[in-house]
Write a protein that binds this ligand. Structure first.
Ligand code: FAD
Length: 412
């Protein structure tokens, strides 16, 4: 098989950003990106597709056009890892050898974990912003629903962009309010989590909107089954004393966020740690056992918010550490756990939650300019107009815009 200085597995947000950052820092090295898909998706845009703000097509581009100059694209999936031998096995039957490996496969959406869900997705009012093809159906349902029950769900953690389940709901509620339907549509939010949001500072502004939209908030309520034709969703509820009960809820519209897990190819490999995620040092993002392996993005076994915002900061950290490893030097850059979740609480306003490891608040802009604990027009402007450009033309091309130099790490 072929040998490369660097092999990047996954050409999503993390894989492309890291590859571009490595090649921008040092030309002349050999680098391969293993990615089976011919399309790349800007997933943060799907919330705005489901909210009727973006067109679906704005969130998809050809993978080929995004592969950075100097990288080879291997259009195949990784099917196995042999880190002792520096080998990755591919779906076309071949293998590829590396000096340094970067794992960036993202996570697996487990639609089949919910009984009856797969066969009714996209029909009977059952939708999800977590899929490119279904996000437009969310907006279609929002526009056509005149009365009845709208149910929104969130699975157990960890999930990517933990705010996205409620973002879909607030944008729907806002659209209904503008059409004067606020009293006709009963909205409920069923989340398997014990709280509305994991970082306490952001709960009060979100609760304001739960109250404003008269949303029935059901904590520790986990979707287990969907009967599409009968329009019934079944939840498992955990009571205060820990006892479990089952409840059935009738719906006219059901927005589902599926359970999420580490991909099987990672889970079943020597790279896996807790929960099947890649076991890495939370600061250097280097594998805890294999010194020439790094992981970032959703597949990494770190406690940050699984977001593209986290990838924006992780990618240069991994790039710097990969190059140090090629030079047989120790890792030099540290990641602080930064992640961000722009909560679209109404059309035109966002609560921008930015935080690092341990839930430590980590605002990028000074608070007098943008207070993330309040809904602001500026945060919405960033989401609609700045973030997509920052993504396509900034991070995917290896430009470290808006990444404070101290976050890329100081020599240690
Ligand atoms: P991905 O971007 O998912 O890429 C993984 C890539 O790996 C894919 O291209 C896949 O084809 C490839 N792959 C998978 N298996 C293999 C294999 N075996 N071999 C080779 N390649 C493989 N983030 C934010 O920052 N802000 C937001 O507002 C936001 N909103 C979101 C809303 C929604 C509805 C969703 C779904 C996500 C949202 N996110 C948001 C999260 C963000 O999209 C992800 O955190 C980000 O894409 C993670 O990047 P990644 O490269 O790890 O994974």
């Amino acid at each position: 098989g072929l040998t490369y200085d660097v092999v990047v597995v996954g050409g999503g947000a993390a894989g492309l950003s890291t590859a571009a950052s490595i090649l921008k820092r040092r030309g002349g090295i050999t680098l391969a990106i293993i990615e089976p898909s011919g399309s790349h998706f800007y997933q943060p845009g799907w919330t705005l597709v489901g909210g009727g703000v973006f067109k679906q097509s704005q969130t998809r581009r050809s993978e080929k056009k995004l592969i950075p100059a100097g990288a080879d694209w291997v259009q195949a999936a990784a099917t196995g890892f042999e880190p002792e031998a520096n080998l990755v096995h591919l779906s076309d039957g071949s293998s590829i050898r590396y000096e340094v490996l970067v794992v960036a496969t993202g996570l697996t959406l487990d639609w089949d974990a919910i009984e009856g869900l797969s066969e009714t997705l996209g029909r009977n009012g059952v939708t999800s912003n977590y899929r490119y093809d279904l996000a437009p159906y969310t907006w279609q349902m929002v526009q056509t629903l005149g009365r009845g029950n709208a149910v929104f769900t969130q699975p157990p953690m960890p999930i990517k962009c933990a705010g996205a389940p409620q973002k879909a709901m607030y944008l729907a509620c806002d659209a209904w309010r503008r059409r004067g339907l606020g009293d006709n549509i009963n909205v409920s939010f069923h989340t398997a989590t014990p709280g509305l949001f994991g970082v306490k500072e952001f709960v009060p502004p979100l609760m304001d909107y739960i109250n404003r939209y008269h949303i029935d908030l059901c904590l520790k309520s986990n979707l287990t089954k969907v009967d599409g034709k009968g329009r019934i969703a079944t939840f498992e509820n955990v009571a205060a004393d820990g006892s479990k009960t089952t409840s059935e809820v009738e719906f006219d519209m059901l927005h589902v966020v599926p359970p999420q897990r580490a991909p099987d190819v990672i889970r079943n490999s020597a790279l896996a740690g807790d929960g099947g995620w890649v076991s890495v040092d939370p600061a250097t993002l280097r594998h805890t056992k294999f010194a020439n392996v790094f992981a970032l993005g959703d597949v990494a076994g770190t406690s940050n918010a699984k977001t593209a915002a986290a990838v924006r900061v992780q990618a240069p950290v991994v790039a710097v550490n990969v190059l140090a490893t090629l030079d047989h030097k120790p890792a030099v850059a540290d990641y602080d756990g930064y992640g961000a979740c722009p909560l679209t609480v109404e059309r035109g306003k966002i609560v921008l939650a930015e935080f690092a490891y341990g839930g430590k608040l980590a605002p990028t802009l000074p608070t007098w300019l943008l207070n993330g604990r309040k809904p602001t027009h500026l945060a919405w402007f960033l989401k609609e107009w700045v973030m997509p450009a920052l993504y396509w033309d900034g991070m995917l091309r290896g430009h470290e815009l808006m990444v404070a130099p101290h976050k890329i790490g100081t020599p240690r």
